[in-house]
Ligand binder design. Sequence first.
Ligand SMILES: *Cc1c(COP(=O)(O)O)cnc(C)c1O
Length: 454
Amino acid sequence: MTQYNILLDPSKMPDAWYNIIPDLPVPFPPPLHPATHQPVNPSDLAVLFPPGLIEQEASGQSVISIPGEVMDVYRLYRPTPLRRAVRLEKALGTPAKIYYKNESVSPSGSHKLNTAVAQAYYNKVAGINELTTETGAGQWGTALSIACAFFKMKCTVYMVRVSYEQKPYRRSVMQTYGARVLSSPSKETEFGKKILAEQPDTTGSLGIAISEAIEDAAKSGGAKKYSLGSVLNHVLLHQTIIGEEAKMQMESVGAYPDVVIGCCGGGSNFAGLSFPFAKDKLRQGRKIDFIGVEPAACPTLTRGLYAYDFGDTGMMTPLLKQYTLGHNFIPSGIHAGGLRYHGIATLLAVLVREKVMRAVACLQTPCFEAAVTFARAEGIVPAPETAHAIRVVVDEALKCKETGEKKTILFNFSGHGHFDMGAYDAYFSGKLEDYVLEQSVIDAAEECIPKVAN
Ligand SMILES: *Cc1c(COP(=O)(O)O)cnc(C)c1O
């Protein structure tokens, strides 16, 4: 009998994260100091991050054990279920086998709690009692608010203005966990005030909110540290618990993926699921097709420039090697707020550059179409971000229908869409706009990217 719901015995939950850096086909391009263009020293990062995370950022160890206190919180919602999407397969009439790792069961509704808990923990043991961060759609702010509540820390969240106005309940959720939520750009930081003076009607952006959160921490005299929800090595590392569990679950039913799919904002949920499988490709040459999915409105991996660029609009971060649309990119208002970021994690950029992985860009209407098909078959309403992954899952499954191939497809169900029903409303009433980024914006990005020998 087909097993639909593949659960991992809690006593078998992996107790280590997988660090892909030692397995990369090329040396990891280090973050550079924006002034000297030399690799940053760990001490340069100490203003923003605690020692435990700085160490992980540059670690050469493949296996990093998960602290007991973090495991204790993981046990509230992990191991997450792996589902065989039999009903979706039937609805599509595909011979493909579709599996998804359901990260929407976490209290925050997405994968983001996996790193929020770890980041709060490493800050707490370093004696830090307050974190600052940014949030776009609100998923990351929610996750960090929960983690801070668990470790009895304060949390300040700079929330991108459009989301702050469009998603008041996300704000209330964060407040429920005790966070202070500000609309970004805000009047609390110099950078926020500067943007407000120049562009009073701005919708805000993740790049701006990151700059505000960094400024807040950097000017706190050591009292506050900053926390980032994606992009950095330590964030991707923490998310590998997803793939480590999925591997054991797939193995328990004698399955192994031919295709691994995830949506890409900063890259953390896709990396989290895919890296433990990418290890098999890098070390043993296993054939797996890794597909990262991004919006055509913010096509970082498929059309961005491979270059060193800032992670934020205010040019406060180190220079990170990545695919970028330019650090002052303001994305159009697509509903997948978590995918509206100008850059991408260096680790993913390297793997796409080296052709270990590939990327695809999608319009939002077809993504919602696929999300609705999924919801009606499997019962869970996907987040608009997750809908991007589902679009490509459906496309791959339909290709199998044509060719008769029985591929095994695995994807990350990164989060549910219960706070995104406004986006579904727009879809049902035919009000969704399908933006494709204009080439002139990408050409202009070249101008703003710092001239560093790449
Ligand atoms: C934040 C978010 C994403 C995108 O971020 P990544 O770091 O690329 O994973 C995707 N899905 C959901 C549900 C999110 O909340």
